[in-house]
Design a protein around this ligand. Structure first.
Ligand code: ASP
Ligand code: MG
Length: 440
C-alpha cells in the first residue's frame, strides 16, 4: 500500500530543509508518493509577476523575475555539490525562467496567469529530484499535469484522476519513491490550472483517495492542529485526534494549517490524515480519522473578512417562499453562505467575499430592508457532539460577557457553534475562550 507524504513551502524553502525532506522520505522502505509545494515565497512572487503583467507593468514583472532567478541560483549552490548536478539543476531553472521571460512579451490572459503560477511547483519537484539523484535515491517524477484534473466547475475529477494516476503507478511499479507537484492541474480546456492557494494539501488528499493510500501525511512546521490560534493566544496545545468532520470545520473556519476543502477526498475513501512536523518528526502530531476520539470542545478558530447581510421582510410574517427567494440571489452569484440565523421577520446571513456584494444587495432590496455589516469575524467552536457537552453554552456566554456577539449559530451541526463578532474583538474573543473553554 502507498503512503502519501506532502511537504509545504517552508519544508522545502531552504536547501537544508529539502535535505531534511529527503531524510524523512527515506526513513523506511514503504512505497510512497511525495507531494511538494513550491519553495516558500515563490507562489507569492509569481502572483506578483502576474499582477504586474495584468496591469501592463513589464518592468515590474521583469525585476521580480530576475530577483527570483537569483534566489534559485543561490539555492542550487547549497542544494547539490557535484558539478554535473549543479549544471543539470541550473539548466532546469534557466528553462523555467526563460519561459517567464518569454511571457513578458505575450499579451496577458487568464490562461497565461495559470501558467505563471505553475512554475513554482514544477521547479521545486525537479530540483528535489536532482538532489535525490545526487544522494543516490531511486525515484521517479510523476508530472501532476498528466493525471490531476478539474471539471467545468473547477472541482477535481476524482474518478478520472484515479484511473490516470493508477496507470502511472503501475507503469513505475519498480519505484518506491514517486515525486509529484502539489497545487497544479489541468482544466476542462486542457490548460494548466490550479487548486487555489494552499492547494497542495488538496492534491495530497486527492492522491491518497485515488491510490487508496494507507495514510496521507501533511508535513508542516508546526506539530499539528492546535486548540486555538498560536499567533493570537499565548498558550495553545496540539490536538491528538480529530474526526474528518471536525477537521473540515476547523480548516474552513480559519485554522491555517490545512486547505479548507482538502478533507473530503480522504474522508470519502477513509484514508487517515496525519499532520506532522518536519522539525519534530517523531512527535505524534494530529491524526484525523473517521472517529473523533473524544466528546467535547476541541478547538476554536476564527475567520476574518466576513460580511453580514440582514434582510428584514417588509410584508410577510412567516410568508412561505421568502427564504428560497433570498437564497436564490446568492446562488445566482455563486456566493456561498457561511452562517444563517432567522427570526420571524428577518434573516441574517454571512458571506466571505464581496465580489458580487453590490449585485446581491440590489437584488435583495425588493424583499425588504437590507443592512450590510462589513469587517466581521466568525469564531467557531468545534468539537464532537458539542451540544451534549455539559454546560457548553453557559461556559461560552460566561466567557464572552464583554464581547458584543452579533450572531449565534447553534444546532446546525453536531460539532460546531459559530459566533459572529466585530473584527476588532477577535483577539479578545479567542483569548477569553482559551481561558473559559480550555482553562489555558
Ligand atoms: N504553492 C501554492 C501556494 O503557495 C500551493 C501550496 O503551497 O499549497 O498557495
Ligand atoms: Mg499550506
Amino acid at each position: 500500500m502507498m503512503k502519501v507524504m506532502k511537504f509545504g513551502g517552508t519544508s522545502v524553502g531552504k536547501p537544508e530543509r529539502m535535505h531534511e525532506v529527503a531524510k524523512l522520505i527515506t526513513r523506511n522502505a514503504d512505497s510512497k508518493i511525495v507531494v511538494l509545494s513550491a519553495l516558500s515565497g515563490t507562489t507569492n512572487s509569481l502572483v506578483e509577476i502576474s499582477n504586474f503583467l495584468a496591469h501592463g507593468n513589464r518592468e515590474g514583472a521583469k525585476n521580480t523575475i530576475e530577483k527570483l532567478h537569483q534566489h534559485y541560483k543561490a539555492f542550487i549552490q547549497a542544494l547539490v555539490q557535484k558539478e554535473e548536478n549543479r549544471k543539470n539543476a541550473n539548466q532546469i531553472i534557466d528553462e523555467h525562467f526563460e519561459f517567464l521571460n518569454i511571457i513578458l512579451r505575450i499579451s496577458f490572459s487568464e490562461a497565461l496567469n495559470k501558467d505563471i503560477l505553475a512554475q513554482g511547483e514544477l521547479m521545486s519537484t525537479k530540483l528535489f529530484c536532482v538532489y535525490l539523484t545526487e544522494i543516490g535515491v531511486d525515484h521517479e517524477l510523476l508530472p501532476a499535469l498528466e493525471f490531476m484534473s478539474i471539471d467545468a466547475n473547477e472541482e477535481p475529477q476524482l474518478g478520472a484522476i484515479r484511473i490516470k494516476l493508477n496507470d502511472l503507478i503501475r507503469k513505475h511499479a519498480d519505484k518506491k519513491i514517486l515525486v509529484t507537484q502539489g497545487y497544479i492541474c489541468r482544466n476542462v480546456r486542457g490548460e494548466v490550472d490550479n487548486l487555489k492557494r494552499g492547494g497542495s494539501d488538496y492534491t495530497a488528499s486527492l492522491i491518497a483517495a485515488a491510490s487508496n493510500a494507507s495514510v496521507c501525511e501533511i508535513w508542516t512546521d508546526i506539530d499539528g492542529m492546535h486548540n486555538n490560534d498560536p499567533r493570537i493566544v499565548n498558550k495553545t496545545v496540539a490536538i491528538e485526534q480529530l474526526s474528518f468532520d471536525e477537521a473540515a470545520e476547523l480548516a474552513y473556519f480559519g485554522a491555517k494549517i490545512l486547505h479548507p476543502t482538502c478533507i473530503w477526498p480522504a474522508q470519502q475513501e477513509n484514508v487517515p490524515v496525519k499532520l506532522l512536523n518536519t522539525m519534530q518528526p517523531d512527535a505524534p502530531g494530529t491524526v484525523i480519522t473517521k472517529e473523533a476520539g473524544s466528546v467535547g470542545v476541541k478547538a476554536v478558530a476564527a475567520k476574518d473578512g466576513i460580511i453580514a447581510i440582514k434582510i428584514k421582510s417588509s410584508r410577510m410574517l412567516l410568508a412561505y417562499g421568502f427564504l428560497r427567494k433570498v437564497f436564490e440571489v446568492f446562488e445566482k452569484y455563486k456566493t456561498s453562505i457561511d452562517m444563517i440565523t432567522t427570526s420571524e421577520v428577518a434573516v441574517s446571513v454571512t458571506i466571505d467575499s464581496d465580489l458580487f456584494l453590490e449585485d446581491i444587495v440590489r437584488e435583495l432590496e425588493p424583499f425588504g430592508t437590507v443592512d450590510v455589516d462589513k469587517g466581521q469575524t466568525i469564531v467557531s467552536i468545534v468539537g464532537n457532539e458539542i451540544a451534549q457537552t455539559d454546560h457548553v453554552l453557559q461556559k461560552l456566554f460566561d466567557a464572552l460577557n464583554e464581547v458584543p456577539v452579533t450572531m449565534v449559530s447553534y444546532g446546525g451541526s453536531a460539532h460546531n457553534i459559530s459566533l459572529l463578532v466585530p473584527q476588532d474583538y477577535k483577539t479578545k474573543t479567542l483569548q477569553l475562550l482559551n481561558a473559559g473553554l480550555f482553562g489555558l
